[in-house]
Design a protein around this ligand. Sequence first.
Ligand code: SF4
Length: 367
Amino acid sequence: GLPKTPPPTISPRRKTRQIMVGKVAVGGDAPISVQSMCTTPTTDVNATLQQIAELTASGCDIVRVAVPSQDDADRLQLIARKSQIPVIADIHFQPKYVFQAIDAGCGAVRVNPGNIRQFDDKVGEIAKAAKDAGVSIRIGVNAGSLDPRLLEKYGKATPEALVESAVWEASLFEEHDFHDFKISVKHNDPVVMVKAYEMLAERGDWPLHLGVTEAGPAFQGTIKSSVAFGALLSRGIGDTIRVSLSAPPVEEIKVGSQILESLNLRPRKLEIVSCPSCGRAQVDVYTLANEVTAGLEKLTVPLRVAVMGCVVNGPGEAREADLGVASGNGKGQIFVKGEVIKTVPESEIVATLIEEANRLAETMDPA
Ligand code: SF4
């Protein structure tokens, strides 16, 4: 068929330098990647690999694992070798683990600037080892572990403080002619976080890793991250994202993917266009929408399915979608590509939509 024109985004991507995290490009014209972090102890290799497999299946592009101890560092090689997606080693203190992660075949190493001062003299060695191995770095500035010097200067983790820390940290690597790094400046307050990333984006062409840290349980965290990422991504800022939730990591991937799909930064997959219901509704729209969503969750094609409670806006929306139902009088009019193909009793609406969706999906290319 004809090449598809990509759907419009709100504004063009900011031009950033491209780095590689293993096989995944980050920055430049690379698609925005979605990351998560394992909740399993890194020392439990089987559980960690199992979780990485689940994350990979749910669309995770890059996964991070914590390396708090020597035992964790010792497991990196096995994990990096068996993971299907690049593994980032998250290291807060010990330079020794950084070298070990580089040797282990990790795609990148995340280091914390609040602590890197302790191994200032090691920055050159880290840069050289990373460059020789083709491993990138994430400079992870975090409000919770900001350099005490900056905390004192600014009184708290302001956007200015986060950015000053990041730029200083970047310069430590740049002095050694090392440029394969991305930066994050995370804060739990979306307003502070957005301002910090905006300021940082003005200061250099580093690829940026977006994150609202400690965003909270699923509901609050989803909204905080969506709002903050939306503000930045809609201005072209952000090259890779991690949604932090106090919830299983697969949930983070679902939210992250949905944020990118909503902004046309990633091809949309299944999209349920369902009405909020109102006093005109003649069916239970919530149940209908949930059942249809559950029944179609596994589809990987860009299908738009409209579930409408009545015939006021129902037929219009249903016609705009690939497939839809407009309900009324205990019946559902089923639309496919704008045509009413049949009218079924209410009890058969869900099954009919699922059947027709699967039929349509067979004729479509995956998103
Ligand atoms: Fe109300 Fe009908 Fe609109 Fe649903 S489609 S919100 S039931 S008017």
